[in-house]
Design a protein around this ligand. Structure first.
Ligand code: ADP
Ligand code: MG
Length: 352
């Protein structure tokens, strides 16, 4: 057996009962356990204040740990200074030095280490080539577009040859169009470099687009971890279902169930609902045209013992809506097949 080859399920980063208490009562990060596979793109996802950045900063060594451990490739790095960990961080604003050229920005940490000018410029030049920025090496950040700045920031983070790249909301300063372009680039770089990326975001759309593994956090704990497909289709708790969105949560026969908005159908009151389907009556309160589909908001009318039952959204494909339009205030039947209903396995209740 070749021991130099790490097994495919090797953890690049392992968090063991990791806790941060800022001393104001409830911990910001509360004894989380997590294994992040080597070479994977991991997104930490959750609402503002749930402890994502604190977790990332403890991995980076920018925040002290109250208790628990951070392991990188089985090495305990909990008490090592940031520069000695084998991690690198890329920030939201990219934090480039405005008065330095792209080349000098990339070479900066080598300069701090006392590496001579020729050697560090050569290393920085190679990295800029890697991110297709060689031709702009002498430009200052103010003379670069947002996307170009992101590439320089990436090259600067990579010059220390990290094993893990940590990214805290790296795309949130960009306009929506550029954000979508840049996330495709991040994804491509991660696959090309075969590095482990840990990316913090509050956007479920961004996390689903990027992640091999998503970690959904809430109040300093991990609610669920899995592939985007698993998390979207099998949310463990009401919290995850509501946070991911695109779903309805309703009380049905004494239990909470969740059904995807695009797995529900709208029928006129006179239509017969297909056998094997479940249905309820609701009044249309909102109609929102979205291009490929129409979002129809409804207020459930019958059998509504709980508030969670009362509001629903049904995503109707555009052509179907146009063939059978509904109007505001109209009553309709909302139907879904039994197979489309998903039950929660964890009781965690939404606070978002
Ligand atoms: P997120 O990145 O998910 O938005 P953070 O990790 O920044 O969340 O914050 C988690 C919690 O810890 C929040 O309640 C926040 O107010 C608190 N917090 C973060 N940084 C500090 C700090 N330096 N001192 C005290 N409390 C902090
Ligand atoms: Mg944050």
């Amino acid at each position: 057996m070749d021991l130099s080859q790490a097994p495919s399920n090797a953890a690049a980063v392992e968090l063991v009962s990791l806790t941060k208490n800022y001393g104001d009562g409830k911990p910001a990060v509360d004894a989380i356990n997590l294994r992040i596979a080597s070479g994977s793109y991991c997104c930490l996802l959750g609402p503002s204040g749930c402890g994502k950045s604190t977790t990332l900063r403890m991995i980076a060594g920018h925040e002290s740990v109250t208790s628990g451990d951070v392991l990188l490739e089985n090495r305990n790095i909990t008490d090592l200074p940031a520069a000695a960990r084998g991690t690198a961080m890329m920030f939201q604003s990219f934090a480039l030095f405005p008065h330095m050229s792209a080349l000098d920005n990339v070479a900066f940490s080598l300069k701090m280490k006392g590496v001579d000018t020729a050697t560090r410029h050569q290393a920085a030049g190679q990295l800029l080539e890697r991110v297709s920025m060689s031709h702009l090496a002498q430009r200052k950040p103010g003379e670069l577009s947002g996307g170009q700045q992101q590439r320089v920031a990436l090259a600067r983070a990579l010059i220390t040859e990290p094993k893990v790249l940590l990214l805290d909301e790296p795309l949130s300063a960009l306009d929506p169009f550029l954000r979508i372009q840049m996330r495709a680039e991040l994804r491509r770089w991660q696959k090309e470099l075969k590095l482990t990326f840990i990316h913090v975001t509050h956007s479920q759309e961004e996390a689903m687009a990027l992640a091999d593994t998503m970690v959904v956090m809430n109040h300093g704990t991990i609610e669920q971890m899995g592939s985007p497909h698993e998390i979207y289709n099998q949310p463990r708790s009401e919290f995850v279902a509501r946070f991911m969105g695109g779903r309805n949560v309703l009380a049905w026969c004494g239990a909470l169930i969740t059904v995807r908005a695009d797995h529900m159908q709208l029928h006129a009151m006179t239509d017969r609902v297909a056998p094997g389907s479940q249905s309820l009556t609701a009044r249309i309160t909102d109609i929102e045209y979205q291009g490929t589909h129409v979002l129809v908001g409804l207020q459930a009318q019958a059998a509504a013992p709980q508030a969670t039952l009362s509001e629903l959204t049904v995503m109707v494909p555009e052509n179907r809506f146009m063939a059978q339009p509904f109007a505001l205030g109209q009553q309709a039947q909302v139907a879904w097949s039994v197979d489309a209903a998903h039950h929660f396995t964890s009781a965690s209740v939404s606070t978002v």
